[in-house]
Ligand binder design. Structure first.
Ligand code: UD1
Length: 313
């Protein structure tokens, strides 16, 4: 089968590409390298087609989609605070870019379009865990854009017959998550600070919770969402079903690293949700998904990876 992975040079994308190549599929990556890196694809580079370009460019999207069976659409601006700072940019990439990809996928008659949605769509709904049937209530520009992408994918299913599925990712972490920006995912920031022996920064009191999901689980679920007979037109949570506070994460990290880690507490960030936890029963039932790497094991694997990638001393 031929797959197009947008954002395939990024953290989650490159992990998906590795697995597709391992399974013997033809893979094209479309990535503008705004946050992705070519080196993430180093081990598969000779086996894939790599197109540098933006999803905002419809002609480029159409060209990339020729002969493709499945699209996995990950390319996006992924940061909540960045969307608060520049909502127009996030809207352009995440909504207009997704619409372009859907138009191009419809015209190329792909079998299924799998969209990387986000748990941020749930926003501050008070009930935990989050179930797909709940009313959404995003509280950041980012959350809105990610939710609109799901709606567009479903509407393209209804009005043009485009096979589609969305997976609402819950705080994915693991090897290759780029820690270099203040907007990077929290665990990648923690890893880098711990390697440099600097204090970790926690925004707020550290009591906020997340369903941190090791990337191998998300790779598995996303590929299931492509291939499952059932599931077209549906939205699935992509998490583990658990949640943990940032303060507890620090304790676990101290256990793994074997020393105390200092923490600097700063004011909470605008647009931040307080709690997040997935109910994964729908994905279990329809896709046969079951997370195989739980949090503590994932944290160890991730620490090992950051040590080899970033600890040069
Ligand atoms: C993350 C993802 C987003 C995804 C969503 C799904 C990133 C950058 N964002 O958003 O793409 O759709 O999960 O649920 O991967 N924090 C600290 N210290 C830091 C950095 C962050 O305390 O150095 C805090 C934040 O204020 C927040 C929590 O950690 O309370 C998680 O932040 P972050 O990793 O940016 O993820 P989300 O905003 O949950």
């Amino acid at each position: 089968m031929r797959y197009l992975v947008t954002g395939g040079a990024g953290f989650i994308g490159s992990n998906i590409v590795d697995e597709l190549v391992r399974r013997g599929h033809d893979v094209t990556v479309l990535d503008d390298l705004s946050s992705g890196k070519e080196e993430n694809l180093a081990s598969v580079r000779r086996k894939i087609k790599f197109r540098i370009g933006s999803i905002i460019d419809l002609a480029h999207a159409q060209e990339a989609l020729k002969g493709v069976d499945y699209v996995i659409h990950l390319a996006a601006r992924t940061s909540v605070p960045k969307s608060v700072q520049d909502p127009v940019e996030t809207n352009l990439v995440n909504i207009d870019g997704t619409l372009n990809m859907l138009v191009a996928a419809r015209d190329a008659k792909v079998k299924r379009f799998v969209y990387a949605a986000s748990s941020s769509a749930y926003g501050e709904t008070p009930v935990l865990p989050k179930v797909e049937t709940m009313q959404v209530a995003p509280i950041s520009p980012y959350g809105i854009t990610k939710y609109v992408g799901e709606l567009y994918a479903q509407v393209f299913g209804r009005v043009y017959g485009l096979g589609n599925a969305s997976v609402r990712y819950f705080n994915v972490f693991g090897p290759r998550q780029d820690p270099s920006s203040q907007y990077s995912g929290v665990l990648s920031r923690f890893m880098l600070a711990a390697i440099r022996k600097e204090p970790l920064t926690i925004y707020g009191d550290g009591g906020q919770t997340r369903d941190f999901t090791y990337v191998a689980n998300i790779v598995d679920e996303t590929l299931r969402a492509c291939e499952a007979e059932a599931g077209s037109g549906q939205v699935f949570n992509g998490g583990t079903g658990a949640r943990i506070t940032l303060n507890e994460v620090v304790k676990l990290l101290e256990k793994i690293i074997g020393r105390k880690i200092p923490v600097a507490y700063e004011p909470p960030r605008a647009g931040d949700i307080r709690d997040s936890q997935a109910d994964i029963s729908l994905a279990q039932k329809v896709l046969g998904y079951k997370p195989s790497v739980l949090f503590e094991e994932g944290l160890k694997l991730t620490w090992e990876w950051y040590k080899s990638a970033y600890d040069r001393h």
